[in-house]
Design a protein around this ligand. Structure first.
Ligand SMILES: [Zn+2]
Length: 470
């Protein structure tokens, strides 16, 4: 049983997806006006851990991460460089994908770009208008928050409304209440715009997540993630738009990761503690150490990112590597040892900790104990073939979740190939209990299956995804 902490209900709950065995997950993605910084990557790494653990638990994950390629920052950036919005943002979209690959983050199934979904956003604005949730002022369309009584349920905010209904000025746009938000922004001279029945304009930021998640995943999502700074107003607004339009629950589990500090302080360009991933790699840090530092802290705790922490992360990686190469090159001669049993015991602790709202700190503590045990066993020379095999499988299994490239192997063994063939047979015979069981065994060995439709399932090593297709 997997328990996840749901921000909406403010407690841990047993995870149950809408469709058996499938997880529909939406994660708020980057605004592509600059390179992503490590604060951004804390959220993406947490989502990667979640995704990998769900896959490891035999779920098929369908993840959508949006790319915001139209907003004030991207428009200003493009104008400054004198290039089109598309050309300007393309560069940062590509850089973002490269960074994800550098950090060995598994790709999502979909990376929709906001500007490719304008008709879907307009459709949603229209639906909200038809149901009476909007008002229009000077060519812009707003969501009237007072018309959605559940507003504030996610962020636990009690909102004070301006009772008189007098219009409030918000820099450039007129709104009835400060908390109302724009769905469609009237075109400004010299800015990119799209035609619509409301007049030429561009979408507000919040509407893109509601429109694209519905289009790609349906009206109700299993999991929606983001950083804690997304809770209000962004996610609150997403709920209002989606639920007002569909009349259904938008998200079953809201997961948010806490903020990141650098050397104990809030990251700021003026303080000189602002790092992109590229800065750290240029300084010679191993990207896997960055990954380890970001992944090794529980996601609901603030994380203090320090150079000292990076050094420790590199040392930890070295311990993993040393043990892995010891195991890989070991020539077993013994007949009986404790290695297989200790792998099994640690695997159980590992699974239990991660199933408890991704308690990675506890999972890693169990792993370090096991590493000491394994090294002690290997110091004696009576290790059996079965023990070494169990240790190899265990390392591969662990790394399918951590993604630290501890253990690399290109070809699946014959045993795995046999299991795949057996599973294909079970599936065509509609023996789903057996096929699920085999799928789990294959996953535990560090391999994942993607079922094509129709035809043969394709096998891939979980950390070797096809990035070139993006
Ligand atoms: Zn979003």
């Amino acid at each position: 049983m997997i328990q996840l902490y749901d921000t909406y209900e403010g407690r841990k709950r047993e995870f149950k997806p809408v469709e058996r065995g499938v997880v529909r997950m939406y994660t708020c993605g980057p605004t592509v006006y600059d390179y992503a910084h490590i604060g951004n990557f804390r959220a993406y790494i947490f989502e990667d851990l979640l995704r990998r653990f769900l896959e490891r638990s035999a779920y098929r994950v369908i993840q959508v991460m949006n790319i915001t390629d139209v907003d004030d920052k991207t428009i200003t950036g493009a104008a400054k460089e004198g290039v089109s919005l598309r050309d300007y943002t393309d560069k940062y979209v590509q850089a973002f994908f490269e960074d994800l690959k550098t950090l060995n983050i598994e790709p999502a199934e979909h990376y929709p770009r906001a500007t490719d979904y304008i008709p879907d956003m307009l459709k949603l604005v229209r639906a909200l208008k038809d149901k009476g949730f909007t008002y229009e002022t000077e060519g812009s369309v707003y969501f009237r928050v007072a018309s959605f009584p559940k507003y504030g349920a996610l962020s636990k905010k009690k909102l004070e409304f301006n009772i008189s209904g007098a219009r409030v000025d918000n820099d450039e746009y007129e709104k009835e209440q400060w908390v109302d938000f724009v769905l469609w922004k009237k075109k400004k001279e010299g800015e990119p715009s799209w035609p619509s029945e409301f007049g030429d304009g561009r979408p507000g930021w919040h509407i893109e997540c509601s429109a694209m998640s519905t289009k790609l995943l349906g009206e109700t999502l299993d999991i929606h993630t983001g950083g804690e700074d997304n809770i209000f107003p962004h996610h609150e607004n997403e709920i209002a738009q989606s639920e007002a339009a569909s009349g259904r629950k938008f998200v079953n589990y809201w997961l948010h990761c806490r903020f990141l500090l650098v050397e104990g302080e809030k990251m700021a360009k003026s303080k000189g503690n602002f790092f992109t991933l590229r800065d750290l790699v240029k300084d010679g840090w191993d990207p896997m150490a960055v990954r380890y530092l970001l992944i090794s802290h529980n996601y609901r705790q603030p994380l203090n990112f320090t150079k000292e922490g990076l050094k420790q992360a590199e040392n930890t990686l070295k311990r993993f590597d040393d043990l892995a190469s010891r195991i890989m090159s070991y020539k077993p001669e013994g007949v009986k040892d404790k290695l297989a049993a200790s792998c099994k015991a640690c695997r159980e602790k590992w699974e239990r900790a991660l199933a408890d709202d991704l308690n990675i700190a506890e999972a890693l503590a169990a792993l370090f104990d096991w590493m000491n045990e394994a090294n002690a066993v290997l110091d004696r020379t009576d290790v059996s073939t079965a023990g070494i095999k169990a240790a190899k499988e265990f390392l591969r299994d662990i790394d399918s979740v951590l993604g630290l490239k501890i253990y690399d192997e290109i070809e699946p063994s014959e045993e795995i190939i046999d299991k795949i063939n057996e599973r294909t047979k079970a599936r065509s015979a509609k023996d789903f209990a057996k096929s699920d069981c085999l799928r789990k065994e294959i996953l535990e060995a560090g391999w994942a299956l993607k079922d094509g439709s129709p035809g043969e399932p394709s096998l891939y090593k979980r950390r070797k995804r096809k990035w070139d297709e993006l």
